[in-house]
Design a protein around this ligand. Structure first.
Ligand SMILES: *Cc1c(COP(=O)(O)O)cnc(C)c1O
Length: 417
């Protein structure tokens, strides 16, 4: 067992005492979501034979068909498309957007600049990449207000007869802003539909699944998408993504994923089906472990004198914990410390590097069973002021605790605390 200084142990003990009521609230959400998942499995009589793989066209793959039905029920949606053929969350989101948008239509994001990897999906007219913009789909966004809320004056001005899709990003992503709760998303859906009744409300649900007891499709969102190597994969899904929503929009997305007329009727699952089902079964609990990990991280780092967002006692709607450090040395010691607690690649020391697409060097901790799996404990930080690290995930609460302990100890060992 690693040796931790008394100071580090004391911070952890004080923090764990504080967070007890938050943990009880998280347990209640886990229980609600666990039963929701079990009910959906039971309703569709999931059996062992559903887990078999399929090959070739995979027509009538019953495991795949029932998986879509189960997801639709869990997310309170008319239909779902759950596939290992989605390479990532970005691919799922792009498929949903390309599915419903046509040249001349407008996409309006009302929660500010979307997640980094979507910028190239949105693209620009004539960029030659086959982006939305290249296909003549117009894009607008309403920046968030200073306090983080939606700028309704701006949104009202930006909605035109051409506005086909309203984009909402639930999670803060890697921005120092608030995430949007299901209650807030419900309010947004209501307000945009008051302005233009026939808009399609799309929610980027990445990192949000099962952190609350409802999902955006249960409060009026028409279409949502996410990644299976984040929350709903439960740490077991090896790859893939999902789209849920109104049946007609999910079908259009399926036409885009495979081909018009074919849609979700084909697609070999190979050996992935069991992991996706079992991952969904585990997801409420694993997400609960990760959220507890984020809460304790916020509490411990506040104890140690750093600012956390959200604070340990604030409600949550995603996995991401942002912590502001005072120098690049702290940031690097933090990320390297998180890696030191990993079961996989725990011997590796992360270094900052110039990642393609980023303006500043980025340092990342990721000792994961699934490459890039961010329901597993990981941390990222661009090396720039104000030196914010983003951590997320943790398949077990205990692992996150050790990640925090090794990170703090690493800072002490480098005379940073
Ligand atoms: C992770 C994430 C994405 C993209 O997912 P990838 O799997 O990395 O492509 C999009 N939006 C948000 C908010 C995310 O957190």
């Amino acid at each position: 067992m690693a040796v931790f200084s008394d100071q580090v142990i004391q911070w952890m003990e004080l923090a764990e005492k504080k967070v007890d009521s938050r943990f009880k609230a998280i347990d209640r959400i886990v229980d609600a979501n666990q039963w929701k998942v079990i009910e959906a499995f039971q309703k569709h009589q999931v059996s062992d034979f559903h887990f078999a793989g399929s090959t070739g066209y995979a027509y009538n793959d019953r495991g795949r068909e029932v998986l879509d039905l189960v997801y639709a029920d869990v997310f309170g949606a008319e239909a779902a498309l759950v596939r290992p053929h989605f390479a990532s969350g970005t691919h799922s989101i792009a498929t949903a957007l390309f599915g419903v948008l046509r040249p001349g239509d407008e996409l309006l994001y009302i929660t500010g600049r979307p997640y980094d990897t979507l910028h190239k999906v949105i693209g620009k007219p004539g960029d030659g990449t086959g982006s939305l913009g290249d296909y003549g789909i117009l894009y607008k966004e309403a920046a968030l207000l200073d306090h983080g809320g939606v700028d309704w004056d701006q949104v009202t001005n930006l909605i035109t007869p051409a506005t086909k899709v309203i984009g909402i990003q639930r999670s803060r992503g890697y921005d120092w802003r608030e995430s949007f709760s299901i209650d807030q998303i419900e309010e947004m859906v209501k307000r945009v539909k008051e302005i233009k009744q026939d808009v399609i409300v799309f929610v980027d649900n990445c990192y949000g699944e099962f952190t609350e007891d409802r999902e955006p499709t249960e409060v009026g969102a028409d279409l949502i998408a996410g990644s299976l190597i984040k929350n709903p994969g439960g740490g077991l899904a090896e790859t893939g993504g999902y789209i849920c929503g109104k049946a007609k929009y999910v079908e259009l997305a399926a036409y885009r994923l495979t081909a018009p007329g074919i849609g979700g009727e084909v697609g070999a699952m190979l050996g992935t089906t069991r992991g996706i089902y079992q991952g969904l079964f585990l997801a409420p609990t694993i997400v609960g472990q990760a959220v507890k990990g984020s809460v304790i991280a916020a509490a411990v780092f506040e104890q140690a004198g750093f600012e956390s967002k959200p604070g340990w006692d604030e409600p949550r709607t995603d996995l991401i914990q942002a912590i502001a450090f005072s120098s690049s040395a702290h940031l690097i010691a933090f990320v390297q410390g998180i890696q030191r607690a990993a079961a996989v690649d725990g011997h590796v020391v992360p270094e900052a590097w110039d990642m393609p697409g980023y303006e500043h060097p980025v340092i990342m901790a990721a000792g994961t069973f699934i490459q890039g799996g961010s329901l597993e404990l990981s941390a990222d930080a661009p090396i720039r002021e104000p030196y914010i690290a983003y951590m997320q995930g943790g398949l077990t609460y205990s692992h996150v605790k050790y990640g925090i302990l090794t990170a703090l100890q690493n800072m002490i060992d480098h005379n940073l605390l």
